[in-house]
Design a protein around this ligand. Structure first.
Ligand SMILES: Cc1cc2nc3c(=O)[nH]c(=O)nc-3n(C[C@H](O)[C@H](O)[C@H](O)COP(=O)(O)OP(=O)(O)OC[C@H]3O[C@@H](n4cnc5c(N)ncnc54)[C@H](O)[C@@H]3O)c2cc1C
Length: 106
């Protein structure tokens, strides 16, 4: 859990530095969001596992952290979409298209 938190912290720190120097790109942001939300999801899963049955009871804060984290995995652009954004930037190829466009070509 500590290793994951440290990696998330370092990704955030690096993004801040890129932002301050005016070099941050949408791909950087998407990679940071995808990585950090994935790592955070793993952290709360490990916390829940550590507590066994108590990990899913409302009396213990791990279950709350679990519920708080799930929206973050989706609402800042889902993990999948952030991954696709990153892929588009590093390859120049977009593996996704707007739903309306996909429908029009059927
Ligand atoms: C707590 C919370 C707060 C929110 N606040 C806001 C807000 O303030 N403003 C706002 O605009 N929105 C907000 N949202 C909405 C959020 O942006 C959407 O939930 C998010 O964009 C995902 O859209 P969706 O739920 O329609 O899932 P869908 O688009 O239906 O996606 C379902 C699944 O399919 C995957 N998927 C979708 N399209 C593709 C594709 N082309 N290729 C591969 N995989 C794909 C997704 O990654 C996801 O896993 C909020 C959501 C939550 C949960």
């Amino acid at each position: 859990m500590l290793g994951n938190v440290q990696s998330m912290f370092l990704v955030g720190w690096r993004l801040c530095k890129l932002y301050e120097s005016g070099k941050v790109t949408p791909g950087h942001s998407s990679l940071g969001k995808a990585w950090n939300s994935r790592m955070a999801r793993e952290v709360v899963s490990l916390g829940r596992e550590l507590l066994g049955g108590n990990g899913i009871l409302a009396d213990f804060l791990v279950a709350k952290a679990f519920c708080d984290l799930e929206p973050i995995y989706s609402y800042e652009g889902t993990y999948d979409i952030n991954s696709l954004m990153t892929g588009r930037e590093i390859t120049g190829i977009a593996s996704f298209k707007p739903a309306a466009l996909a429908k029009a070509r059927l």
